[in-house]
Design a protein. Structure first.
Length: 328
């Protein structure tokens, strides 16, 4: 488990204890004893350390089953002399390499051209680098003598990324990065920006802020309209459901076969019965009597045949009184 960065070569006593015998590539690929790892060296500037650098170091580390990767980093003076100005200074570049998981040891102030003395001092078995001829320091290929000695092992470059590509992006989008850093609090002097350019960048930042606010308002408006539409849809759907329910209840109550009609018919029948009760049956005593046979009340006087004389009238009254006594 990695718990610390890789050590610097001039600050560690970690050296290979076994005798340093010359190895061939075939022997190295077969594997070596644990106490005799294959010592692979890779060097470079490693400015703006990126994935392409890390992939090259990964290849160098995994070239052989048992390997120890030493990485040489050139100083600022040497780099500025033979290649050009760097974005990161040498201390930053050293530290970047120390924290790469594939690196076992970092050699500071590495030489531009590898000498036999340097290879012997660090007991280097093989040098790993991409196979493209690297012309520099008056040489068509600074690794030519390493290749002739059979100590060169090629690695593959990662296409699409390099330090030069990253710098090109920064230069191309310089205005964008200058405006961003001004907004973050850097001064125009720190950014090497003129007074007029500073005002222009700040004005552009204000315009961008206004655009962002307008964009946010538009997005919030769209969100509000969407919510209103969604609520309206829900309300319409609920209204339709309630309308269907109301119409169904109305038809159930007042429709052709509704409960209201049945209840009205029942009440109408009761009212008709109340107004026209049933007639008595024919066998009842009242129907058996003939109207002519019904006795006349005693106080009814026969107007058609008046009494011929007072005696007759008194005789009829006496007979009526006798009849009443009989009934009692």
């Amino acid at each position: 488990t990695l718990t610390a960065p890789a050590p610097f070569a001039d600050e560690t006593s970690c050296q290979c204890q076994a005798p340093h015998e010359k190895l061939t590539i075939a022997q190295a690929r077969l594997g070596t004893p644990v106490d005799r790892p294959v010592r692979v060296y890779a060097d470079g500037i490693f400015d703006l350390f990126h994935a392409g650098h890390a992939r090259a170091l990964m290849q160098a580390k995994t070239l052989f089953p048992n390997s120890y990767l030493l990485v040489g980093v050139c100083s600022d003076d040497l780099t500025h002399k033979f290649k050009g100005f760097t974005v990161m200074n040498e201390t930053e570049r050293y530290e970047a390499l120390r924290h790469c998981r594939y690196v076992d040891e970092v050699i500071r102030d590495a030489p531009w051209t590898l000498t036999p003395e340097f290879l012997e001092k660090h007991k280097i078995d093989f040098v790993a680098h991409d196979d493209i001829p690297y012309s520099s320091a008056g040489s068509d290929d600074v690794y030519k003598h390493i290749k002739e000695a059979g100590m060169f092992v090629p690695t593959q470059r990662t296409e699409g990324i390099s330090t030069s590509d990253i710098i090109t992006r920064i230069v191309r989008d310089y205005d964008v990065y200058a405006r961003r850093n001004l907004q973050r609090g850097y001064t125009a002097k720190e950014l090497n920006v003129s007074f007029i350019s500073e005002k222009k960048y700040r004005f552009q930042n204000q315009v961008d802020k206004m655009k962002e606010k307008v964009k946010n308002v538009e997005e919030k408006s769209k969100e509000f309209v969407y919510k209103v539409e969604e609520k309206s849809h829900d309300l319409i759907q609920k209204w339709e459901e309630k309308s269907r329910e109301f119409i169904g209840n109305f038809l159930e109550l007042f429709g052709p076969d509704g409960a209201w009609k049945q209840m009205f018919q029942e009440r109408s029948g009761r009212m008709l019965q109340a107004f026209s009760p049933r007639q008595s049956p024919n066998s009842s005593p009242t129907r058996g009597r003939s109207p002519s046979r019904s006795p006349s009340p005693p106080w009814v006087i026969n107007k058609t045949s008046p009494p011929s004389s007072p005696k007759a009238a008194s005789a009829s009254l006496s007979s009526m009184s006798e009849g009443d006594e009989d009934e009692k």
